[in-house]
Design a protein around this ligand. Sequence first.
Ligand code: NAI
Length: 294
Amino acid sequence: MRIGTDGIIAVVGAGTMGAGIALVAAQAGHAVRVIDTQDAALDRGRQSVAKSLASLVKRGTVDEAGAAAIAGRIGWSTDVGDAAPAALAIEAIVERMDVKIGLFEALARHVAPGAILASNTSSLSIEAMAAAVPGAERFAGLHFFNPVPAMKLVELIPSSRTAPAVIDDLEALMRAWRKLPVRVRDVPGFIVNRVARPYYAEGFAALGEGIDPATIDQALESAGGFRMGPLTLADLIGHDVNYTVACQVFDGYAGKTRFRPQPSQQALHDAGQLGRKTGRGVYDYGAELPAPPF
Ligand code: NAI
């Protein structure tokens, strides 16, 4: 394995996913540099990590000193140049191809030629991104799930240009982080977002027909055996991300009806009611941002 625990990990994007990835990397012993363009996002990311660590202390998973050591391994910055010493830079920013490519161009200028670059995209083509990423042989998709500390699955997505050793290194690293890596093909939505799309879509269709959201979620959770109903889960993911992914997957499968984004979710997206992260989505979470569910 190329990236040992002494390898520095850069995480770009301090939002829902970036904060979770940073925490997991720091728990595995790495020094982590989290980079975001927004100071406010860095503050929220830091708070999210602190809340998660507090709940781990409460549950006895780590003691106070261990939690402090984990937090101490994470640095927060608005300067992408701080990714320079990273052995691996993981991008977890807005789900837009042009913005992600711009970031990878910047990262490629700063990190060492042997450093691995990875995208946490949910729905954008890794092949299309690779065509624009400088040094595409060291670039791949590395798709975590939300909440990152709780979800074991990670999808590994090579492009046709990715060096096999890079995927091997990422797979070994994910196992070291106690994740369950699976190698998947670069198709719209990969495996999970492809198969799960109709789950959200039908949940939002039922909501649009006037069915009470808690009833929809409860039916899927208690009778269907799902850990979260589709609307609770979409509130956790964020409707900016989830609706954008829905549109990308719909386009990717040339408008197949089962992938059609639902107007009830578009309405939340357009109104800025993005879910837990804004305090209001399908459900109302009140003024205080809720603790991450892990
Ligand atoms: P988010 O909206 O919570 O956070 C994104 C962060 O990126 C924001 O803090 C924003 O300020 C920052 N950002 C935007 N452009 C930037 C740039 N050029 N440089 C540095 N920082 C920048 O988004 P979230 O939910 O964390 O999603 C991030 C990525 O992860 C997206 O590609 C999304 O599709 C993917 N993803 C999201 C999941 C979810 O459940 N939310 C699950 C799996 C993947």
